[in-house]
Ligand binder design. Structure first.
Ligand code: SAM
Length: 268
């Protein structure tokens, strides 16, 4: 399964609390890893609440960054939070990027590509807008490797309460989100230089309630699924997770992403 009715992308503050704050931690390291030259023109796809946009502005010294997302709600949220003359925001789908051919140095995205139905089509569109010496750079969670710990725990517990949840587990939906799968995807898109590296940070919740709360906010696939459950099943799921982690102490889980840099060096 690639898309899910529970991929709920709205309510910036809820998303930020559920996922944006962890993406921010990856983004800071990611931008350093990308090591783009200062003065570059950046295009971001699926900017969400602006985790990567802010990291680019803070450390990559871009000439400008156009940050786009298919969710008007998220675009409005990010634009209201980020005041920087180098940044502009636009609603756009990955399938139709609002840039002329060969006009961008770096096309970037964070935690987006797995949610795009036609990944090869999106990569072709990213390649279209790249300057000849530009690169596509992105990161996705290591879902198949259990690297996004709190999401992994959620779906494992959810499948015990409701077996239909197993198909919604991002580890099942996005098997390509591992080193070999990502390399293959980029090669299939025609990239001839592909670099991939793991970036891992901690996601630490002071106690079980702090771990549970973001799932109740409705923004993102797991929260969207939780919302669809009856109150009784929600409680069963919460109890199941509490029994895994205990209700008292901190919950500490890995948040591991694969960072990818893809370049098309032998252009015709
Ligand atoms: C997991 S969020 C990541 C948001 C942000 N980049 C971050 O790192 O926190 C996925 C984002 O991709 C956006 N998105 C999903 N499908 C898209 C598409 N086809 N084109 C553009 N954006 C898309 C969603 O609206 C959402 O903002």
């Amino acid at each position: 399964m690639k898309q899910s009715e529970f991929d709920a992308w709205s309510a910036g503050q809820s998303y930020e609390h559920y996922m944006g704050r962890w993406s921010r931690k990856i983004a800071a390291t990611f931008v350093n890893w990308v090591d783009a030259p200062a003065g570059a023109d950046w295009l971001e796809i699926g900017c969400g609440t602006g985790a990567l946009t802010e990291a680019v502005l803070a450390t990559a010294a871009p000439r400008e960054i156009l940050s786009t997302d298919s969710s008007a709600d998220f675009v409005a949220h990010a634009a209201s939070q980020i005041r920087d003359d180098r940044a502009t925001f636009k609603v756009a789908d990955a399938a139709h990027l609002p840039c002329p051919d060969g006009s961008v140095d770096v096309v970037a995205s964070a935690l987006v590509l797995n949610f795009v139905p036609n990944k090869l089509g999106a990569l072709a569109e990213m390649h279209r807008v790249l300057r000849p010496d530009g690169c596509v750079v992105f990161y996705v969670w290591d879902y198949p490797g259990g690297g996004m710990g709190f999401i992994d725990a959620f779906w494992k517990a959810a499948a015990e309460i409701d077996p239909s949840a197993a198909d919604l587990d991002e580890a099942e939906r996005f098997p390509f989100c591992q080193k070999d799968g990502l390399a293959e995807l980029c090669r299939d898109a025609g990239a001839d230089e592909v670099e991939i590296s793991a970036i891992e940070v901690d996601s630490r919740f002071p106690d079980f309630e702090a771990f549970w709360h973001p799932f109740t906010l409705g923004a993102g696939p797991a929260p969207g699924f939780l919302k669809s459950m009856s109150e009784e099943r929600q409680q069963q799921l919460k109890d199941n997770l509490a029994s895994r982690f205990g209700s008292g102490g901190p919950v500490l889980l890995p948040a591991r992403a694969w960072a990818v840099k893809a370049c098309w060096t032998s252009e015709s």
